[in-house]
Design a protein around this ligand. Structure first.
Ligand code: SF4
Ligand code: SF4
Length: 97
């Protein structure tokens, strides 16, 4: 689904799209489904916002400085953000149970 590693990638390379925001639905706060959690290494992050675009839950928001912030109340741990990050700056870490 991505543009491929090594290619010039960024928010401006993608067509306009509709973005959603997380909210409590019939199944509540879906972050409780998560087995592993995405953790952003901000030292590597270039703020390209591809994770923000690709997150199927819309649970990544943008800080004032464009830094991506993950809302763990709704993140299901699918790992798509980690897969699409061109800088490998998102690592999936197992949740402790
Ligand atoms: S975490 Fe990765 S995909 Fe998300 S803004 Fe930073 S560099 Fe881009
Ligand atoms: S793991 Fe999935 S649901 Fe969680 S922030 Fe990344 S893309 Fe969104």
């Amino acid at each position: 689904m991505g543009l491929g590693r090594g290619a010039s990638r960024g928010l401006r390379d993608l067509p306009p799209t509709i973005l959603s925001s997380p909210k409590v639905g019939s199944v509540g706060r879906t972050g409780s489904w998560r087995l592993s959690r995405p953790v952003i290494n901000y030292d590597r992050c270039t703020k390209c916002l591809l994770c923000w675009i690709y997150c199927p839950e819309g649970c990544i928001s943008r800080a004032e400085d464009e830094k991506p912030i993950i809302d763990y109340d709704y993140c299901k741990g699918c790992g798509i953000c980690a897969k699409e990050c061109p800088m490998d700056s998102i690592l999936m870490e197992m949740e402790e149970v």
